[in-house]
Each structure stands twice: as structure tokens, then as C-alpha cells.
Design a protein around this ligand. Structure first.
Ligand code: AMP
Length: 276
């Protein structure tokens, strides 16, 4: 595996290397990232893992400062899981002097995470378009854990005629259901225990659907009650259409139950798909 730091090096390295599968990440790899890398391995000839802690998608300076970083460990794990290229650009390579363009996705990008993390999706959409143009992959692999990000990326790829297929990998979880996240290392043992409330709440909403409950409000109440029971502070709980992220009053077909919550100072998100 090669670690490369410039667009010119990556483009030169990829010439004649067949179908390219790209895995965008901010590093601090866990099994969720590794399952994306393995999915990329299965869907391309050459696997490029992008590692960049993108300052433009952080709306809190403290969150950016606390974000875990370990390139040496990440390089080892990327290689062990089938990456051919680890692309680690410097901030100057990504945002050169005079950088002035922002990509924004209306609608999907303006609700839920878009409200609670102002500027987040403009940062995400802009870096995604840049990555896809820098690397030119046939396939790009994203995790279902960031469901609204997936919807934003699918929208912009369709709207801007980007010739990249988007592959989505299911959320990888701890044995007790907590979705793996680079931020989980910031949880102390008591907070780590309380954090299980997110997935427990989502599971009880999914079970309610299995028992015939359809109203979005009733499903939200299931999740909220579980969070309150664990003294976890919800930022939002919503039942939405998986593609548009518009609220669903009554589930008919597929819907997503999505949650964002603070456990202590750590902000966590999760979601579950429900089907009638
Ligand atoms: P991040 O490094 O947190 O920006 O995440 C990079 C990619 O990994 C994104 O597409 C995430 O959705 C995905 N990802 C993060 N956590 C998980 C998880 N627990 N399971 C599957 N994919 C994940």
C-alpha cells in the first residue's frame, strides 16, 4: 500500500489501475471503516482510502480539536483490509489559497443534522465533490450510520451528473448495539453504558412497527422514553423518508428512525430502517 499526499501523485498512481473504489474517511479507524474498505475491495480493482479530518464540516472548534487522529495505526489497518492507496492530503492541498466554492444541497441538507450542525452538510457536500473530482472513482463507499449524509451524497451525485456509483454498507455495532464511531473513545465507562440507549430506543421503535404501530409520533415517543430512562439528552428524534428526509406522519413502506443525542459532552447519532 502507498501513502500519497497530493492529487497529482494519486492520479499518476491510478493510471491503468482499472476500476477505482474510494472510501472517504476522517481516520481513527474502527471496524465500521474496515467493513467499508472490504466492501470497496469487493467492488473495484484498486482501493483508495481517503483520510482527511475536514475542518469545514466541523461546526464546533472543540469537536475538531478533540477528534482522534492516528495515521500510523490507520495505515496499518487500511493495508490489512485491502487498501492499495491511502490518500492523506494536507489542508493546503484540499483548500489552496483563494478557495471560494461551496456546494450546498437544499432540502435534505437543511433539516435535522443540517439544523443542529450549521454548515456541516455544506462542508460534507463540498469535500465529497472535491474528492470525487480528485480521485475519479467508479465506486464510492459510505456507511449507513450517517444516513442523512448518504441521502445528501446521493442527491448531489444525481444532480451534478457525477459518474460514480454510491455503495452503502450497513452499520457495524458493538455487541450491545452501540454503533461504532470514532467518537466512542471519548466516552467514559458510565457514559459508554448510557450510550446504549440510542440503539435500544431505535430497536423498540422498530419492534413497535412490527407490532402494527405506524404513527411517526408514537415511534418517536418510544425512542425518547428510552433516552430519558438513561438520562441521555436527545437533540432530535425523527421518522423520515430515507431519500428525502422529509418527516413521515404514518409509516407506509420504508422509513428511517433517526436520532442524535449528547451523552455527556459527546454527540452521537444513529438510525434504523423500518418497513411495513
Ligand atoms: P468518518 O470517518 O466518521 O467520517 O466515517 C467515514 C465513513 O465510515 C462514513 O461513510 C461513515 O458513514 C462510515 N461509518 C462510520 N461509522 C460506521 C459504522 N459503525 N458502520 C458502518 N460505517 C460507518
Amino acid at each position: 500500500m502507498m501513502t500519497l499526499r497530493t492529487v497529482a501523485e494519486v492520479r499518476a498512481a491510478l493510471r491503468g489501475r482499472g476500476r477505482v473504489a474510494l472510501v472517504p474517511t476522517m481516520g481513527a479507524f474502527h471496524e465500521g471503516h474496515l467493513s467499508l474498505i472490504r466492501a470497496a475491495r469487493a467492488s473495484g480493482d484498486t482501493v483508495v482510502v481517503w483520510l482527511f479530518v475536514n475542518p469545514k464540516q466541523f461546526n464546533e472548534a472543540a469537536d475538531l480539536a478533540a477528534y482522534p487522529r492516528d495515521e500510523t495505526r490507520d495505515a496499518r489497518l487500511a493495508e490489512q483490509n485491502g487498501a492499495d492507496v491511502l490518500f492523506v492530503p494536507d489542508a493546503d492541498e484540499v483548500y489552496p489559497q483563494g478557495f471560494a466554492t461551496t456546494v450546498s444541497v437544499a432540502g435534505i441538507g437543511e433539516v435535522l443534522e443540517g439544523v443542529h450542525r450549521p454548515g456541516h452538510f455544506a462542508g460534507v457536500a463540498t469535500i465529497v465533490v472535491k474528492m470525487l473530482n480528485m480521485v475519479g472513482p467508479h465506486v464510492a463507499v459510505f456507511g449507513a450510520k450517517d444516513a442523512q449524509q448518504v441521502a445528501v451524497v446521493r442527491r448531489l451525485v444525481a444532480d451534478l451528473n457525477v459518474p460514480t456509483r454510491i455503495v452503502v454498507v450497513p452499520t457495524v455495532r458493538e455487541a450491545d448495539g452501540l454503533a461504532l464511531s470514532s467518537r466512542n473513545v471519548l466516552l467514559d465507562p458510565a457514559a459508554r453504558q448510557r450510550a446504549t440507549a440510542l440503539y435500544r430506543g431505535l430497536r423498540s421503535a422498530a419492534e413497535a412497527v412490527d407490532h402494527g404501530v405506524r404513527e411517526g409520533a408514537a415511534l418517536r415517543a418510544e425512542v425518547e422514553a428510552t433516552l430519558v430512562g438513561a438520562e441521555v439528552q436527545a437533540e432530535y428524534v425523527a421518522v423520515v423518508h430515507p431519500d428525502t428526509f422529509e418527516p413521515v406522519e404514518s409509516v407506509d413502506g420504508r422509513a428511517l428512525v433517526v436520532v442524535a443525542a449528547r451523552v455527556g459532552t459527546t454527540r452521537l447519532i444513529d438510525n434504523i430502517e423500518v418497513t411495513t
